[in-house]
Design a protein around this ligand. Structure first.
Ligand SMILES: Nc1nc2c(ncn2[C@@H]2O[C@H](COP(=O)(O)OP(=O)(O)OP(=O)(O)O)[C@@H](O)[C@H]2O)c(=O)[nH]1
Ligand SMILES: [Mg+2]
Length: 453
């Protein structure tokens, strides 16, 4: 379809590190010839497509590596072009050497995402599926992988195409009416026909937009700040949750100066934990900078774990932090329950009494996180989720245009004005699918891929 990029591209498709196997991948009209010119054992132009051939890669007479070469003939390939994959031994040097050889034989180094971009431009996948490829690579939990796979299998495309068809139907009704006003009596595009359809679309799209926030949680994780005054056991709690001695723990107040971060997977949702410097009026300049950072982290957090020390009475700072976090999604932890009990628990409404040394107690903390963030609701996803921010932004604009159309219908505006809003909403859907995409958008999107994809 788009034959303005006829050159053959090549890239290392595996991570550039020493490993058991690396793959050098080529796509384009000359892919098979290029590899054939450095390969010995069989003539690759004559092997059966979609098979693997054993042999050696040569640089002139010198053997470079023993390899397995997969030959895929267009159009049944990822890019719909001829594709060759060289499975070589996974050393960085040998892999680079093979890449250099194919480049010297006429292939061009692929740009990041260029293989997937070709799959899109050659019509094998739509833009939502291309984005899903990237989402799969970036998925950090089982749930986000499941969501990305919905996109790749074309579920997102189906969902959007369905809306697209319904809007198109409304537009066609209007156009018929505009073109044949003499039939006004028969084909009446009145509020009676348009309104129920537009209302239905609005409520369906709204439902998807509402789920988007949860979907974004699955994809991006929950930014969680561990906050409290010095020495209450914040870093101990972080380490216990991470099951790793990541932050320094001592009995000296003011141990943590800078933030310490780590990720945990709670029931399929990624929690991005941030341990902070204990909050107090620090005289030490470095510590004060740390305290300011803690306040910054607190303001940006989506979940706050506020830690108190059971062996000390609640201080002014504790009370202050209680007030400051009261509108946040928050878990109050009363730590060190193995020591003196000096906090009057009646002063707190909802808290978890724990010792950060006790594994069962840490389990209770993760259970509490699941409950408070309603993680089971979030992970109970179906295929109507859209977790991709570009797609969501466009769907929101589509929704806004439909709201405008609805207002127009209710105000009895001229029908061609309503038609403009409907056409706008239709175009936003086309843009989601990449059917109305500018070259710039496509370039921008695919450049975010890693090399070799
Ligand atoms: N007895 C007891 N001691 C604890 C518990 N949790 C933490 N500690 C101790 O409390 C002290 C302070 O712990 P940290 O985790 O460094 O406290 P922090 O809140 O990070 O302190 P800063 O970094 O100074 O703000 C250490 O000596 C820990 O071993 C607990 O559940 N019980
Ligand atoms: Mg600390």
């Amino acid at each position: 379809m788009y034959n303005y990029f006829k050159d053959t591209i090549a890239s290392i498709s595996t991570a550039l590190a020493n490993g058991a196997i690396s793959i050098v991948r080529l796509s384009g009209d000359d892919a098979i010839n290029i590899v054939n010119s450095i390969f010995k054992n069989k003539d690759l132009t004559k092997v059966k497509p979609h098979t693997i051939t054993y042999g050696h890669i040569y640089d002139n007479d010198e053997v470079i590596d023993e390899v397995l070469v997969s030959v895929f003939k267009a159009p049944k390939t990822f890019t719909r072009e001829d594709v060759v994959e060289i499975n070589c031994h996974g050393g960085i040097y040998v892999t680079n050497k093979i890449l250099e050889l194919v480049l010297s034989k006429g292939a061009r180094l692929a740009e990041p995402g260029e293989f997937t971009k070709r799959a899109y431009l050659n019509g094998r996948i739509d833009l939502t599926q291309a984005e899903s490829v990237m989402d799969i690579i970036e998925a950090k939990t089982k749930t986000s992988l499941k969501m990305a796979n919905y996109g790749l299998s074309g579920e997102t495309k189906k969902l959007i195409s369905n809306f697209k068809e319904k809007i198109l139907k409304c537009i066609l009704e209007i156009e018929v009416n505009i073109d044949y006003p003499e039939y006004k009596d028969e084909i009446q595009v009145t509020t009676d026909i348009l309104k129920p359809n537009v209302d239905m679309l609005i409520s369906d799209i709204k439902a998807i937009i509402d789920k988007a926030e949860q979907a974004s949680i699955i994809k991006n994780g929950i930014k969680t700040a561990i906050i409290g005054k010095p020495n209450v056991g914040k870093s101990s709690l972080l380490n216990a949750l991470l099951k790793e001695d990541k932050a320094i723990v001592t009995n000296i107040a003011g141990t943590t100066r800078d933030i310490v971060e780590g990720n945990i997977n709670v029931g399929g949702v990624l929690l991005h934990l941030i341990d902070t410097a204990g909050i107090r009026d620090a005289s030490d300049k470095v510590e004060q900078i740390g305290v300011n950072k803690s306040k910054q982290v607190l303001s940006e957090a989506e979940l706050v774990i506020l830690v108190f020390d059971y062996s000390e009475k609640l201080s002014e700072i504790d009370i202050e932090l209680l007030k400051e976090t009261k509108d946040k999604t928050r878990i109050i932890i009363v730590n060190k329950n193995d020591l003196n009990k000096l906090i009057n628990l009646d002063e707190l409404d909802d808290y978890l009494l724990i010792s950060s040394f006790n594994e069962n107690d840490i389990e209770k903390v993760t259970e509490k996180i699941k409950e408070i963030c309603r993680i089971s609701d979030i992970t109970d996803i179906d295929s109507s989720y859209i977790g991709n921010s570009r797609q969501m932004g466009l769907l929101r604009r589509c929704f806004d245009s439909l709201i405008e159309a609805k207002k127009g219908i209710e105000n009895n505006d001229p029908i061609d004005l309503i038609n403009i809003d409907l056409t706008n909403s239709y175009n936003y859907l086309l843009e989601i699918l990449g059917e109305l995409s500018t070259a710039d958008l496509v370039d921008e999107m695919f450049s975010r891929f890693c090399l070799g994809k």
